[in-house]
Write a protein that binds this ligand. Structure first.
Ligand code: KG4
Ligand code: ZN
Length: 323
């Protein structure tokens, strides 16, 4: 991996979430400087590249359009092959970047801001989703909980930080009963909302428990670390219980994590411990390959290039697409 340049967009912090139009404008501003910096860091130039890989889907259409038009223009002008990459496939294949790779078939729990999936990866280009969320993603569960606690966006890393000082057994939140290998996080979000509205007295709605804004604020201030640790602990058990079920049902023991939420220190630790107890070979990408990054698109581009899976110039970005 010669370079892995990422342009973070600070503009969204002001609004407590990603504003699609601002995201695409920032993409337009950043794309040339990012490509220039990537080539410089890699000490190479455009003419030496074998292929241009870009994210085709899924995501915010305005941002995807900027990247896809740029990649297509570059491929056309340089007369290089073009590879269209699925963002969620790329998160999974981030596990193939280091020398120590999982063997095929492996299982991957992909947890990001927009997706929560359990995937069977038969080969770099054959992936099958065997479980996914029916509502919110795990990253959304972190970010929405953080918002309810008054923390800035994206709140996932902050919950992780405060949870490290907290007691995960202090407050109880429900584990949803969802069939098969699917997930649901919207009930957890509602129970956290009621729990905070009641200043910790209960996580079901009761008129007589409703606290004033001031009481709520004081409760959060005094218990922030324990609340974060308890929320995080519940999200982790929901994720890992399904992953254990998936390993049991498929018999696959090479198990990976991927996606932005796999940067969570509690999840990384619990995942390793679960792996030890269940005889798994566990794999987690390095931090810089967990949250969205260029390297995961490159590694997917590499394998699709080897498999001869090229796109032509009629390819277009898509907000939603399965792989
Ligand atoms: O994969 P990603 O970078 O972007 C998407 O494809 O969505 O994932 C972003 C998500 C956000 O929800 C963010 O809060 C979460 O990953 N995240 C974390 C941590 N670092 C990033 N969640 C919990 N703990 C973290 N340390
Ligand atoms: Zn992502």
């Amino acid at each position: 991996m010669l370079s892995n340049i990422i342009a973070n967009q600070k503009v969204h912090e002001l609004y407590g979430g990603v504003v699609p139009e601002l995201a695409s404008r920032a993409h337009i501003q950043n794309i040339v400087p990012v490509v220039t910096a990537a080539l410089k860091k890699a000490e190479t130039e455009l003419s030496t590249l074998d292929c241009i890989a870009f994210t085709q889907s899924p995501g915010l259409i305005g941002s995807l359009l900027v990247g896809s038009q740029f990649a297509k223009s570059l491929a056309l002008s340089l007369n290089k092959p073009l590879v269209a990459v699925h963002h969620m496939q790329a998160h999974v294949l981030a596990n193939l970047i280091p020398d120590n790779k999982p063997s095929f078939p492996f299982l991957c729990l992909t947890v990001s801001g927009g997706h929560t999936q359990i995937v069977v990866c038969e080969s770099p280009t054959q992936l099958k989703v065997i479980g996914e969320t029916i509502d919110d993603a795990a990253g959304e569960a972190f970010d929405k909980s953080a918002k309810l606690l008054g923390l800035p966006y994206p709140g996932g890393p902050l919950i992780d930080k405060y949870a490290q000082q907290g007691n995960p057994g202090r407050f109880q939140f429900p584990e949803p009963k969802i069939p098969n290998l699917n997930f649901s996080f919207s009930g957890l979000k509602t129970s956290i909302l009621y729990f905070l509205q009641n200043a910790g007295k209960s996580n079901i709605y009761k008129e007589e428990f409703m606290a004033t804004e001031e009481e709520k604020k004081i409760f959060i201030e005094n218990n922030l670390a324990d609340i974060c640790a308890s929320i995080q602990d519940r999200i982790i058990t929901i994720l890992l219980n399904k992953l254990k079920k998936a390993s049991k049902e498929t018999g696959i023991k090479d198990v990976c994590l991927a996606g932005g939420v796999s940067a969570n220190s509690g999840l990384r630790k619990a995942f390793k411990e679960t792996g030890e107890k269940n005889g798994w070979n566990t794999f987690i990408p390095a931090f810089e390959y967990c949250t969205d990054n260029a390297a995961m698109i490159a590694i997917t581009g590499h394998y699709k290039y080897l498999a001869g899976e090229f796109a032509d110039l009629s390819v277009s970005a898509s907000a939603r697409a399965v792989f």
